[in-house]
Design a protein around this ligand. Sequence first.
Ligand code: NAD
Length: 253
Amino acid sequence: MRLDGKTAIITGIGAGIGEAIAIRFAEEGARLVLNDISEPAARATLRKVIDLGAQAALAIADISQELGARSISDTAIRHFGAIDILVNNAADFTQKAVERAEIADWQKVLGVNVIGTALVSKYAIPHMKAHGGAIVNIASMSGIIAQPDFATYNASKGALLTMTKCMALDLAPYKIRVNSICPGCILTSASYREIERMGLTFEQWRDRAAPLHMLNRLGEPREVANAALFLASDEASFITSTHLMVDGGYTGR
Ligand SMILES: NC(=O)c1ccc[n+]([C@@H]2O[C@H](COP(=O)([O-])OP(=O)(O)OC[C@H]3O[C@@H](n4cnc5c(N)ncnc54)[C@H](O)[C@@H]3O)[C@@H](O)[C@H]2O)c1
């Protein structure tokens, strides 16, 4: 098993891509520290990974709050005594054009996606420095392209991509690799919220979104989880400071 004996923190595991990463890492033998802001959602994922035989602990916290972010690493050390892998997956999806966005919108989206990711990393890194490890930031293809009325979210993901590179440089001396993943449209609860926001049926949304990907379909959370597993594992031992597109060719044209 590829993550045997490793302790992995994953944020935002209560749904979608985070849940799929938790399940995929459990299948590969990782000990898991599962974070989400929603306790019921986190408990549902916890049950699934325990059914797969994983050792796991919950860390219910809002990653944008310093005490919450810190409590995630504290939970890992208290339960497992080490942190080897950190997957920063939790995100806010405030999507507004600059003209429409209020200060509170910017504070929310940057507070979770950039500052929250930085805070969770800040408290995990000291525990990774002695033995090395891997950090995987779930960014988005939105971090490198323009999409209508998405400025707040896309700016946050663009910042996350640059922060990934800076973290990779700063942490390379400690053998901590830092990479990001840029998913395309992946079918999750976030997609359903977007469909509602746009006032479309699922079929209308799918028929618009799918052809934008060369593979002419939407992605599955497990397809992102497989990429996270690769970057977190020793198979990616010479890969740092890069972003891996998992977008079915959306940005490849
Ligand atoms: N779904 C897509 O099409 C898509 C595309 C590109 C990138 N992404 C990225 O993938 C990641 C996961 O997205 P998803 O679609 O699975 O989202 P989702 O909304 O389905 O799940 C996100 C989870 O994060 C949790 N969360 C939100 N804010 C939090 C906070 N402040 N602290 C702790 N937990 C919090 C939520 O409770 C939820 O369980 C995000 O980083 C997102 O930006 C998603």
